[in-house]
Design a binder for this molecule. Sequence first.
Ligand code: ZN
Length: 595
Amino acid sequence: MSATTEMDFFIADFLGVNVLSRILSHQTAASLYYSAPGCTGLAAGSKLQRPLIAESKTMRPIMTSLAAWLLCFVAAAPATAQLPPPKDSLRPAPTGQSSAACSATDASSCAQAAAKILPQVMGPSPMEENLRRLTDEIGGRVTGSPEMAKAIDWSVAAFRAAGIEVHTETYTLPATWSEGDTKLTIVEPQGPPSSPAANGKTALTVETKSLRAVSEGWSPPTPQGGMVARVLDLGYGTEDDFRRSGTIKGAILLVHSDVGSTWADLFKEYLRPRDIIQKAIKAGAAAILWMSARERLLLYRHTNSLDGEIDKIPQAVVAREDALRLARTIAAYSGEVRLSLVMPNRIGGPIQQENVVGEIRGYEKPDEVVILGAHLDSWELGTGALDNGCNAAMVIEAARAIKATGLLPRRTIRFVLFSGEEQGTIGSYEYVKAHRAELDKVRAMIAFDAGIGRVTGYSLGGRRDIEAGVREVLKPLESWGANNHTYDASFRTDNFDFLLEGVPTLVANQEEANYLPNYHAASDTLDKVDIRELKLHTALAALTAWGIADRTETLGKRLSRSELDVLVKETGLDQQLKALGYGDAWQSGARGRKP
Ligand SMILES: [Zn+2]
């Protein structure tokens, strides 16, 4: 029997223990489980003993005897009831500090867990090959596409190969979308190149010119055969720009951007469009062209529809240099520039989609859960390596590493790969809705979604109360400089709906590194991923999930609606919710914790 099957057997046996633990206290039953052989070592029933026990085939007959269990329990209970198993020092913590624990009150397992997880992660592992298959072979995986279905199969297989119990959970994506053959052309003014001006009137000298552009995700198609319309330079689309713009009705709008290189720039890029789109639709615009915020003709795809529904007006991203050229042409030939926009996007759906859920069940409080998550879906111009294939592979690897240590956590750790993230965190929203009844017992949601830049700590979603716990958990890796946390609460990734439900959320804060130049672009490919850095992140993520799951105390409580109202205001999240169009849904309780 392989080590994996052996472990599965023992985990399955745990379910039996849990039946027992309904009669006894969870904690005591767990101590009993670990200490059953000959009833020795009960007082020292530490996690360090778990792998030894889990790997021991001689355990099985002993465990099948309830009488033996009860005997041991009766003999030992008075000494251990209500107490966490004291630490045994079979193997000292690497730093020799008892303070390197998951929590202040339990000089417990984080240092030991780190010492076991690290060699698993840093040594040879299937992660790199897993990631190569996901990116190079499956490639870009838009939710609802055949590639996404392959990616789901990939992750289920990878979890299984790691010995992790895995299942998928379905939800309905409102629409599928794929880009057709997008073409953007200047059709007027036109004329022979460099024809001279006649009678003081400017001759038309612009050749038919194709501009490099891609459709925005979930943009509606243009009408059959495309559209030809006057183009209007709307500047940055500010209030003033709209006032000064002249007639918008029937026009294609060009909206400028600045080159972005920081997280703040990217946030701005996301927060700006909604208001502009609303005003453009109100004024009867035909389409919107967004100037790429990146140089060297790089094209990328975002979506401005954040509910999975097809957007209301056709939109495309135009290569920065081409958009600037278009702007100069508009300035030179005011009112005379007409564009042809052909965007035959293919729309379908609704369609069933899946999130993938791997699980290591807790031995003491299996119904309490820590989630480590990342999104599996991506846009498809590139192969979704930095965003977010590397972190999807990382989540599976974290599960593999924890499992391979043979350690079991007090609480359940769930490893969730969400789909629909790029369409507005739809998969995680659906997960939260489907698991609403259990959210009181979700102790933390940890998310990674920022490529490969060095992790500096976590964004704690406005929760100062959880910082001390997180710091304790990461103490064994203190020298990595990843234990500096921030309290901001923002719409970032799949943590969003957990945060709005009052669940403690941790989103890895990462340096920009090479993320932004390649974000959602054709250049987001496997060669951008620094595997060594990814391994370090895997260790951090695994230890974070482990520590929160294994500490005796909970990391932090679930916030009530009134506490969330304060948090949302204090962090400025209320303004973000408004800018992104979630304001009303939050106020009414349609999204987030009910008032
Ligand atoms: Zn992402």
